[in-house]
Design a protein around this ligand. Structure first.
Ligand code: DSN
Length: 435
């Protein structure tokens, strides 16, 4: 962090921390613990990242004090000079970065942003074609346990059992049969590219709207390392802001202009009240960063690291779902590769401070809390500066630990090596040149 002292005055950022330390030592201790955990471990959960230090600055700022129901120029509370300025900045930057006509930056989360689209453009009971949860879709893509799954008629497509990729012929057949109003692509656990042209032509054939949930790869689209659905004529793109994009937690609904009014009304007043203006300031900062060459290099490096890590894992005998990766993530079938369920694999890796998440795989015979795989990804490691050589080392640690889960001496040794290794890669916002 960048706390400094000016003369005899303590810098407010430092003073805030000292106040916290004094007034609430329990919360302060947990904060220190989490900082240490993030410094000393390798973060491989593909949806997590280290946000920019400047984003941390605005998140912990007085923007959090302000209510701003409405939109810039049309608010329900006074005192909006600076909140209007930052929301306009965030919207304009989002439109420039994603090459779209309209941006709503108020959704508080990924779930809210997707719900805002369904509720704003469709009627309850309408049919939506989306990816099944166990094949890589998200809860909000119509999982039966979700409220949206009950309110709308989701037809859920699955991946091809032979190669694990999206089966466009099957989706076309499903679309002709079920006549969806909305065709949705995007995923939380699918390692291959999306053929946007195929989705667009399927949707056009049945007169459906096209939507991509780009939450996982929004940063890679922003950095021009992955394709942009708007370049293929898509109607709507949603994305969370804190995954590969490296912003604060939140969501955005990006669209063509003709949907702007309905989508804005759906977010507010339809679904939410006051937006979190500190997060919107963070989104503005993030989208400013996303326009830099440095960000484009990061996005490309995420993909290079992912390919290298996947290749090295497979070389050492790991079985990856869909046989590899085209994006920032991969899913290891830990049962087939190492005879361990995903819960145990996650716990073994936790012991050496490598953080992953247990993951259901297509048609998983095992339950979600004890599934057959783990999901890993490279955005956070790339943000810390890790490159291809580091991915080779990571792969050998992963395989060694998962092959020998009961070897406590080896695990202790790897934990030590991981901690030493992490010292070379400062955590943005905590210390060092990236911070
Ligand atoms: N939690 C997100 C992920 O990990 O992919 C999805 O909501």
């Amino acid at each position: 962090m960048t706390a400094t002292q000016t003369g005899n005055e303590i810098h407010p950022v430092l003073k805030n921390r000292l106040d916290l330390q004094q007034s609430d030592p329990q919360v302060y201790a947990a904060l220190l613990g989490e900082e240490q955990r993030q410094r000393d471990g390798i973060e491989l959960i593909p949806s997590e990242n280290y946000t920019f230090p400047e984003v941390l600055a605005v998140l912990g700022s007085v923007f959090t004090n302000k209510y701003s129901e409405g939109y810039p120029g049309r608010r329900y509370y006074g005192g909006q000079t600076y909140t209007d300025e930052i929301e306009n900045l965030a919207r304009d930057r989002a439109k420039a970065v994603f090459r779209c006509e309209h941006a709503n930056v108020q959704p508080l989360s990924g779930s809210a942003m997707n719900q805002a689209v369904y509720l704003g453009l469709l009627e309850p009971g309408d049919t939506i074609l989306a990816m099944d949860l166990s094949h890589g879709g998200h809860l909000t893509h119509g999982a039966p346990v979700s409220h949206m799954g009950k309110l709308f008629n989701f037809v859920r497509y699955i991946t091809n059992p032979v190669d694990g990729s999206i089966d466009y012929d099957q989706i076309r057949a499903d679309a002709k049969l079920h006549k969806p109003k909305l065709v949705l692509c995007g995923y939380t656990s699918y390692p291959r590219d999306i053929d946007y042209q195929a989705f667009k032509s399927i949707a056009d054939e049945v007169g459906a709207l096209t939507m991509t949930d780009a939450s996982h790869f929004g940063g890679l689209v922003a950095g021009d390392a992955m394709e942009n659905p708007f370049d293929h004529g898509f109607d709507i793109v949603t994305t969370t802001t804190h995954k590969s994009l490296r912003g604060p937690r939140g969501g955005m609904v990006l669209s063509r202009k003709k949907f702007a009014k309905k989508l804005d009304k759906s977010v507010f007043p339809g679904l939410q009240g006051g937006p979190h203006m500190n997060a919107i300031a963070g989104i503005a900062v993030t989208l400013g960063k996303a326009q830099t060459d440095e960000f484009k290099q990061y996005a490309e490096q995420v993909l290079k690291n992912s390919k290298t890590l996947a290749g090295a894992l497979m070389d050492q005998g790991a079985e990856l779902i869909a046989g590899g990766t085209d994006n920032h993530m991969m899913v290891i079938d830990t049962v087939k590769s190492f005879g361990l369920d995903g819960k145990v694999a996650e716990e073994v890796l936790d012991q050496v401070q490598i953080t992953t998440n247990k993951q259901i795989i297509p048609d998983d015979p095992n339950p979600p809390l004890k599934p057959s795989g783990i999901r890993i990804g490279t955005p956070a490691a790339t943000t810390r500066g890790m490159q291809e050589g580091d991915m080779q080392l990571l792969a050998s640690w992963l395989v060694t630990c998962l092959k020998n889960p009961g070897d406590e001496a080896m695990l202790a040794e790897v934990a030590e090596q991981v901690q030493q290794f992490c010292q070379k890669f400062p955590v943005p916002g905590l210390e060092g040149e990236n911070g």
